[in-house]
Structures are given as structure tokens and as C-alpha cells.
Write a protein that binds this ligand. Structure first.
Ligand code: LLP
Length: 420
């Protein structure tokens, strides 16, 4: 459920008309709803209600905007971060260092040292090599880094290949059949407090069965590690729960997910950690855009050319992703059209031959479910700027990230004097 609804014929974010935001800030612009973020956070917390004190570490990568992270901190969430930059944001948003989990296969020694210095709660180690390096970094600082070993369970998550992470051939985690041996090699390092295991098999999962298989394998691993004398106090089950992108699409609910987790992890006797991203932020944001013109007279359907492009919302171009596209002030008429951006490549296509609200030049429309992996994946391709972000809260709203104009990007470039 979200708070982007038609009121008196005009789409609103909570109580604010999207047309008002477009007029004030210009388009394209990302618009987030605080109430929707809070609702999703609460639903997720309730779904895990049967568990003892889980840590819900919001995956910043899905939407790292400071205001968004602040809302989730207020809901008691921690943070899952994958870079020094994300760690900085989580700390700036007020998340306690001990509630931060640092994931990712390519942490640099600098990022490790910064994380150890900040006292973050846990590093998820993705390889034996990384474990040795983290141990050395922490030891040289006279510290012990809390850590879990991420395993690759070799489970097919059944999602898009570019966002699957739990197959043996993917770069993430250590092969589960070698986890016991690698855990033993790392467990006695003075710089490490290796205390748990972690798994994350992919994103936008529409079926709980592969997750359940992966979690069950993790349970077997925990029992084996304990049998070998290791103390295991934490298990991180990652993120990955899918969200509906099409009106009417059915996805496993957080409640179904929570019930499955409670069943599979019964008796594990660990603190569970979760890293949800999309399920919290996805449907809490839209990309608001204006139709530049409608181009007719080709071989097929008309092209509705909008001022948003693949550099602003990359998902359709990257993953062939579907985002519902609706008019801000629908007339009731329909049309079949191709929805495209202004960028000079055919990949800059949001929808082909789609039945949409009838639109003309100057009309406003939104791409729904753009709160996750939207603004954060933007680029300045074609020398376009970065789209601003707005948060709505009831009848008030604020710009939470300024538009970055092409001139500001240009200002960072220099022509060396030997080219003068
Ligand atoms: N934890 C780890 C270790 C992850 O790699 C990810 C996502 C998450 C948590 C959060 O997953 P979520 O709950 O959001 O599914 N750009 C792609 C998605 C990439 C996901 C990467 N990892 C997209 O737009 O679909």
C-alpha cells in the first residue's frame, strides 16, 4: 500500500498535489512519501514480531537519501552499507554505529579501517582473503572487528540474472561447502570476533521457496560450526523480498516472509539480522516527469517522449524492468504508446506498445515504484544533470536533494594547459 492516490482527479503524494511539486521544483523529480516509508517499516517490523530482538538493517543502496534514512532510523532500523560513502550517510542520518552492517566483496583497507574506527556492528566477510585483511587491519589498530562469514549457498533465486547473488558462479560469499574450513581459518585471528554467518541470494524475489532453501542450509551450517566448537551468536538473512511493480501483481507478503523465517530459524538461538531495501523504499517513491512531445506518424504506436530518461531511472534499460506509468491528471481516455526518454539510444525506452492514459505535450505523469534503485542509480549521461528529490509528509513537503545542474558537473572538469 502507498500514499500516491487520486484526489479530485489529480494524483497526490499524501495531501500534496504532484502538479504543485512539478510547478515549484520542475521536472523530472523524485517524490517520496514519508507515510509510505513508515508504513512499510511498520509492516516489516510486525512481520518479524515473533522473533527475539531482530536487527533490521535497512539496505541503504536501495535509497540512501539522508531524509529517507532518517525516517527509517526513527523506526528503529539499523543500516546495511556497502561503501565508505554509505557508512558516512548512515552515521550522518543518526544510525548508531553498532547497528551498521558492512557488506560487499570489495571493501578496501581504508573502508575497513574507517568501519573499525567508527565501531560498526558487523562486517560481513565475503572471502577468506578479505577475512585475513580485515583481521590485520583491526589488529594493527588494537581492535577486534565483529564479523560474520557470508556464504554462497548455490541456490537459484529465480530472479533477474543481474540481481541474483546466491549461485555458485556469482561473486558473493564463500562456497558453503568450504565455509567450515574458512571459518576455522579466520576464527582464531586476534583482530576478528567472528561470531556469525550471513546469506543473501538476490533481489526482487517473487518466491519464498529459494530463500527458505538457503536459510535451511544456513541452519545446517550453524549446527556444524557449533559442533566444531565455534560460538555462533548472529545470523544475517539479507534482503531480497520482491515488491509489485505492476498494478495487481501479487508478491509474497512481509507476513508470509516473517512466518517462513520464524519456522526455519526456530531453535537457532542467534540474533537475526535482516537487510531489506526495496520492500521498504520501492513503493514509497515515484519519478514525476513531464511529456515533452508526442511523436506520431511512424510505423507503429506514437512515442510519448518524457523529460525523464534512462540516466534518471536506469532499471528499464538495465533489467528490462516494468514501472507502471500513469497520468497525474488522467482524462479517462486511453492510448497505446511507446514511452521513451530524450537520450540518444534506443535503450532509453520505458515502455513499448503499452496501454496508458492519453497524454499530450506538457502533461505530467509518474513512473511508480521508483523509490528503490531510482535516484541512487542515476548518472549524468548525455550531460544531463541529477534529478532532485522531494519528501512529502502530510500536507508539507521539502526538497531533500537539490537538482544538480549540468553546469555544476562541468565545473569539476578541467582542460590541462597543454591543451590550451
Ligand atoms: N543485502 C545485500 C547483501 C544486497 O546485495 C542487497 C541488494 C540487499 C541486501 C537489499 O536487497 P533488496 O531488499 O533491496 O532486494 N539495482 C537492482 C537491485 C540490486 C540489488 C543489490 N543488492 C534493481 O534495480 O533491481
Amino acid at each position: 500500500m502507498d500514499h500516491f492516490t487520486l484526489q479530485d482527479g489529480v494524483l497526490h503524494a499524501e495531501q500534496v498535489a504532484l502538479s504543485l511539486i512539478a510547478d515549484a521544483v520542475g521536472t523530472p523529480v523524485y517524490v517520496y512519501s514519508r507515510a509510505t516509508l513508515e508504513r512499510h517499516a511498520q509492516v516489516f517490523k510486525q512481520a518479524l514480531g515473533a522473533l527475539d530482538n531482530p536487527l533490521i538493517a535497512y539496505a541503504l543502496k536501495s535509497n540512501p537519501n539522508l531524509a529517507v534514512v532518517r525516517v527509517l532510523r526513527q523506526q528503529g532500523f539499523g543500516a546495511d552499507v556497502v561503501s565508505g560513502g554509505e557508512m558516512q550517510r548512515a552515521l550522518m542520518a543518526g544510525i548508531a554505529a553498532e547497528d551498521i552492517v558492512f557488506s560487499g566483496v570489495g571493501k578496501t583497507a581504508r573502508e575497513m579501517a574507517d568501519g573499525v574506527a567508527a565501531g560498526i556492528g558487523q562486517f560481513n566477510i565475503e572471502s577468506e582473503e578479505e577475512g585475513f585483511e580485515l583481521a590485520a587491519v583491526a589488529e594493527s589498530m588494537g581492535k577486534r572487528a565483529n564479523a560474520s562469514l557470508r556464504v554462497n549457498p548455490d541456490v537459484d533465486a529465480g530472479t533477474h540474472e543481474k540481481i541474483s547473488t546466491g549461485k555458485a558462479e556469482n561473486k558473493f560469499g564463500v562456497p558453503i561447502h568450504r565455509a567450515g574450513e574458512i571459518f576455522a581459518n579466520l576464527a582464531n585471528k586476534p583482530g576478528l570476533n567472528l561470531r556469525g554467518v550471513a546469506v543473501h541470494i538476490g533481489s526482487q524475489l517473487s518466491d519464498l521457496a529459494p530463500m527458505e532453501t538457503a536459510f535451511a542450509k544456513l541452519g545446517t551450517l550453524i549446527a556444524g560450526l557449533r559442533g566444531a566448537g565455534h560460538a555462533i551468536s548472529h545470523a544475517d538473512l539479507g534482503g531480497g523480498l520482491g515488491v509489485p511493480y505492476k498494478a495487481g501483481e501479487i508478491m509474497p507478503s512481509p507476513a508470509d516472509y516473517g512466518a517462513m523465517v520464524a519456522r526455519v530459524t526456530k531453535g537457532w538461538d542467534v540474533r537475526l539480522i535482516f537487510e531489506p531495501g526495496r520492500v521498504i523504499s520501492g513503493n514509497a517513491g515515484v519519478l514525476l516527469t513531464r511529456v515533452v512531445r508526442v511523436k506520431r506518424g511512424g510505423n507503429g504506436d506514437p512515442f510519448v517522449i518524457v523529460d525523464a530518461a534512462m540516466n534518471d531511472l536506469a532499471r528499464p534499460a538495465l533489467y528490462g524492468a516494468w514501472h507502471d506509468f500513469v497520468a497525474v491528471a488522467p482524462s479517462g481516455e486511453r492510448m497505446t504508446a511507446n514511452v521513451v526518454g530524450p537520450i540518444c539510444e534506443t535503450g532509453d525506452t520505458f515502455a513499448m506498445g503499452r496501454d496508458i492514459d492519453a497524454l499530450e505535450a506538457g502533461d505530467l505523469a509518474i513512473f511508480r515504484t521508483a523509490g528503490a534503485y531510482g535516484a541512487t542509480m542515476a548518472s549524468s549521461y548525455n550531460s544531463r544533470g541529477f534529478v532532485p528529490e522531494v519528501m512529502v509528509d502530510g500536507d508539507r513537503w521539502a526538497v531533500v536533494a537539490e537538482r544538480i545542474e549540468p553546469a555544476a558537473i562541468l565545473a569539476a572538469e578541467k582542460v590541462p594547459d597543454w591543451l590550451e
